[in-house]
Design a protein around this ligand. Structure first.
Ligand code: APR
Length: 231
């Protein structure tokens, strides 16, 4: 019986692939106001600005590749029962070969209905090679199509599934997240008291002091190499 290994990843794991994080210096939230491009109010206020914001991120995603950290996460499926709980909306975990992924905040390469965004029948993957959507695109139900992204102010439908995974993990590895955003950051509290917990981040932040966490203060790829040696 393979041990259960759960990852909680954030923007930092994709940084070495060239994808901008949110809160590091020069991060996305220094270039854009969150409320303008990542909130439901911002979408209704200016759907064109939001559409362009996600088009830019999809264009960037088409130019980048998974990095060694993503690949090492995927490779651990050979030895462990792995689940990747990610806050990231990129598809780099998938492209690196991970097969059991929970996207807490949606997926950049998908669009959905603005009337019923979490109706599975409305969620569509953009065709290979297509990164651009337009404000007058329609979803299957005829409503304006919107990015399949969980915006600030919206529920996080996958949080219960993610908590279930973290709560049954023998080993929990947190990589590249500032642990700023809830409910994702609160997932650490679901870890079993006997779980081994690691955190890989060159600048660890908001690390719960009351938990016994093995901190690897390195970038994701180097940190994952060290983790694989230690596991
Ligand atoms: N390797 C590992 N970690 C890194 C690297 C790297 N090369 N570079 C930066 N980091 C770390 C930073 O130190 C920071 O702790 O990655 C983290 C990035 O934090 P954020 O930019 O806040 O990203 P994240 O935690 O994923 O944000 C959570 O906020 O805006 C929302 O929905 C958005 O999913 C996102 C959520």
């Amino acid at each position: 019986m393979k041990k259960k290994l759960v990852f909680l990843t954030g923007a930092g794991i994709s940084a070495e692939s060239g994808i901008t994080t949110f809160r590091d210096s020069g991060g996305l939230w220094e270039q854009y106001r969150v409320e303008d491009v990542a909130s439901i109010e911002g979408y209704y206020r200016n759907p064109e600005l939001v559409t362009n914001f996600y088009n830019e991120r999809r264009n960037q995603l088409m130019e980048v590749e998974p990095n060694e950290a993503h690949r090492l996460v995927a490779k651990l499926e050979e030895k462990y029962d792995v689940c990747v709980v990610t806050q990231n909306v990129d598809d780099l975990h998938e492209r690196a070969g991970s097969t059991n992924i929970i996207h807490l905040h949606g997926e950049l390469r998908k669009i959905t209905s603005s009337r019923n965004p979490n109706d599975p029948s409305q969620i569509e993957t953009l065709p290979e090679g297509r990164s651009i959507t337009y404000p007058d695109d329609r979803a299957r139900d005829g409503s304006p199509a919107r990015p399949f992204i969980v915006w600030f102010g919206e529920p996080v439908p996958m949080i219960e599934a993610a908590a279930e995974q973290v709560g049954t993990a023998d080993i929990l590895v947190v990589i590249g997240t500032s642990l700023n955003v809830y409910p994702a950051a609160g997932l650490l509290n679901y870890a079993r008291s006997d779980a081994q917990i690691y955190l890989i981040d060159p600048s660890p932040a908001n690390v719960p002091q009351y938990m016994n966490i093995h901190i690897i203060a390195k970038k994701a790829s180097e940190g994952m190499r060290q983790l694989c040696d230690e596991l």
